[in-house]
Design a protein around this ligand. Structure first.
Ligand code: HEC
Ligand code: HEC
Ligand code: HEC
Ligand code: HEC
Ligand code: HEC
Ligand code: HEC
Ligand code: HEC
Ligand code: HEC
Length: 423
């Protein structure tokens, strides 16, 4: 009976695939874009009779009406993959596009780097766009980049196996301010994974990947305790650390540097889930991660690693806040003029390297050194600690923070001396 059923199902499958293969889209695109068709042919979609028109509609059917082809957004995937869509919707990745657009910098840099999908927009395309955001993009002439689901399982093979490979994360989690790929791949965790891949460790040898720690059991909802910016609420109890985190929040423009009160930016931070805002949220993420480690390590070993990570963050913040206060004093004393579009006479990290706001001339160099200290060196110090990479934690991280602080102190002396001479 079962054999007969199997046979029937087999025949049905072959018929469905044959029908999918017959679609006019496939026939013509075998000529016009053969690579896309080949990729689709090896997919689970082709195997299950899901074809071009299921995602692109059937309005376009010739060379003359190409612009009628629909570009499927995440909602199209949701029709058949409700579970992954629902998880993704709750995750940090879903905020990629909105958090990018919440940055003042985004609106003064070239569109090619944003909507065009190189630069910032190439990675921050991650996240479901609202109809409004899509309309904005279209109005600027950008019609592609409507889907986040193809960021890890790329079109048109849409492969689960590809998405489980840590290299699926590499394009975005690398480089200047978040070199997790570099840190992981040259840590013992990553080097074991490579050795196993090359057949130099047995198949079953444990070697944790990004996905095992951050998408545990295939969960598309991703968050971490400290998040990207390494700030959280409630503020730490230790008075020095608390003061240092307040200084950092002022440079992020989340707290008013004159009054210490929250600014409108705090709402933006909340909207994109930029930091964990309660102890419960922080602890939940932390405990989930500890549970990951204890699949292989002892709990004491794992907790000891986290304790060191938090302490490193605290020590990095001492240097960071010291540097911010030096530059802030230059603003206060009128030695660095306040750029027109800065809200306060205070460093503003959210303009990134554009340390004169929208104006491309008259950058403040000491602000750029300060920004790099925050975005590059402080990130490496604690991200390296949490990804168990000795060189990133020390040489690329902490050591470069101390170097940047030295440079800022030196620039401060020179700027003050020059200013005194001129006045
Ligand atoms: C008679 C040939 C032909 C048929 C039939 C056809 N296409 Fe196309 N399609 C093309 C050509 C040619 C292009 C443009 C390629 C280019 O821009 O170089 C194109 C472009 C596309 C694009 C990309 C549009 C863009 O702006 O980049 C999609 C998506 C697409 N087709 C999907 C489909 C689907 C789905 C079907 C079936 C419902 C289909 N095509 C049927 C020839 C065809
Ligand atoms: C499971 C859904 C799905 C199926 C099935 C599918 N596509 Fe696509 N396709 C996408 C997505 C997602 C994009 C990217 C959309 C964007 O950039 O906004 C895309 C983009 C494209 C593009 C334009 C971008 C490029 O890389 O050139 C072409 C051409 C295209 N598809 C052709 C096809 C053809 C031909 C088939 C059938 C053999 C097909 N697609 C089947 C989801 C699908
Ligand atoms: C009309 C239904 C349908 C739509 C629309 C659809 N899929 Fe699928 N998808 C399937 C089916 C059926 C399978 C194979 C069975 C399964 O794994 O659930 C599948 C499998 C997959 C897999 C697993 C592949 C593997 O290697 O095991 C991924 C990943 C995937 N789809 C992603 C997407 C994405 C991304 C989109 C949107 C761009 C999409 N799907 C749109 C029906 C659909
Ligand atoms: C190479 C890919 C890439 C580029 C280019 C990129 N980002 Fe990011 N961005 C990321 C990743 C990955 C994260 C998360 C990093 C982490 O948590 O460690 C992130 C985080 C952020 C965050 C914090 C989001 C949050 O809520 O935690 C903001 C804001 C941001 N980026 C803005 C920008 C802006 C503005 C640009 C361009 C000036 C830019 N990014 C360029 C990949 C990129
Ligand atoms: C297309 C680019 C891209 C790819 C590919 C990508 N990410 Fe991300 N990731 C981002 C961006 C952008 C953010 C920040 C989202 C935001 O701005 O809110 C992010 C955030 C995260 C965060 C949340 C950090 C926090 O703030 O708590 C984790 C964890 C993460 N990614 C893990 C992964 C893993 C694991 C993979 C591979 C399976 C991956 N990402 C693939 C772009 C990407
Ligand atoms: C062994 C587990 C593990 C692996 C493997 C791992 N991470 Fe992490 N990741 C962590 C921990 C622990 C944190 C810090 C969590 C916290 O804040 O408590 C973290 C934090 C992050 C963050 C937030 C910012 C930061 O770096 O502190 C991102 C983004 C991220 N990881 C991405 C990745 C990517 C991408 C890979 C693979 C290249 C990867 N991780 C591999 C454990 C892991
Ligand atoms: C950050 C990378 C990433 C993004 C973005 C992503 N996925 Fe996945 N996806 C994965 C990983 C990793 C797996 C494999 C999970 C596992 O089984 O461990 C997976 C598995 C899947 C599967 C196969 C589930 C199964 O077990 O058969 C489907 C279907 C799927 N994803 C759909 C989607 C859809 C729909 C979206 C967009 C809403 C999406 N994915 C976005 C990484 C991603
Ligand atoms: C899937 C198994 C697995 C998971 C999960 C895992 N590890 Fe590991 N870890 C290993 C193995 C195997 C090694 C290499 C042991 C050695 O160096 O002899 C290792 C090494 C380490 C090292 C030592 C690195 C060095 O330079 O010697 C630290 C620290 C570490 N892991 C911490 C963690 C923490 C913290 C977590 C959770 C966030 C974690 N690991 C998750 C398997 C795992």
């Amino acid at each position: 009976m079962n054999r007969v059923l199997g046979l029937l199902l087999g025949v049905l499958l072959v018929t469905v695939v044959a029908w999918a293969e017959d679609e006019s889209c496939v026939v013509c695109h075998d000529e016009s874009t053969p690579g896309q068709v080949a990729d689709w042919r090896v997919s689970a979609h082709a195997e299950n009779g899901i074809s071009c028109s299921d995602c692109h509609g059937s309005e376009h059917n010739s060379k003359e009406d190409v612009t009628k082809a629909a570009f499927p957004d995440e909602r199209v995937c949701e029709q058949c993959h409700e579970e992954q869509f629902a998880q993704f919707s709750k995750g940090k990745h879903n905020h990629g596009w909105t958090s990018l657009n919440a940055m003042p910098i985004t609106h003064v840099e070239p569109d090619e780097l944003m909507e065009g999908g190189r630069g910032c927009g190439g990675c921050h395309n991650m996240g479901i766009k609202t109809d409004e955001q899509k309309a904005e993009q279209l109005a600027k002439g950008y019609r592609y980049q409507n889907n986040s689901c193809d960021e890890c399982h790329t079109r048109h093979s849409f492969s689960k196996k590809e998405a489980k490979d840590p290299r699926a994360c590499q394009q975005c989690h690398m480089g200047y301010d978040h070199p997790q790929w570099e840190m992981w791949s040259s840590s013992k965790h990553g080097s074991r994974w490579m050795a196993r891949n090359n057949g130099n460790l047995p198949e079953g040898a444990p070697a944790p990947t990004c996905q095992e720690c951050h998408m545990t059991d295939g969960d598309h909802n991703n968050h971490t305790a400290w998040g990207f910016l390494g700030v959280r609420l409630p503020l730490p109890e230790d008075p020095q650390w608390k003061a240092d985190q307040i200084t950092i929040l002022m440079a992020l423009g989340v707290l008013n540097p004159e009054t210490g009160e929250p600014t409108a930016r705090l709402d933006a931070v909340k909207a994109v889930d930029l930091a964990r805002l309660t102890k419960e949220d922080f602890d939940r993420e932390r405990e989930k991660m500890v549970a990951n480690c204890t699949k292989c390590h002892s709990e004491s070993y794992a907790r000891f690693q986290f304790m060191m990570g938090d302490q490193m963050m605290q020590k990095a913040d001492v240097l960071m806040a010291k540097a911010i206060r030096i530059v802030a004093a230059l603003y206060k004393d009128g030695i660095i003029p306040k750029p027109d579009d800065y809200a306060f006479a205070y460093p503003d990290f959210l303009y990134f390297m554009r340390t004169n706001g929208a104006k491309i001339d008259g950058m403040s160099h000491i602000d750029q050194v300060l920004f790099e200290m925050y975005m590059k060196h402080r990130m490496r110090t604690y991200q390296g600690q949490f990804h168990f990479n000795p060189d990133y934690a020390y040489w690329y991280g902490w050591a470069m923070m101390t170097k940047a602080l030295g440079k800022i102190e030196e620039l401060d002396h020179v700027m003050r001396a020059t200013h005194a001479k001129a006045h």
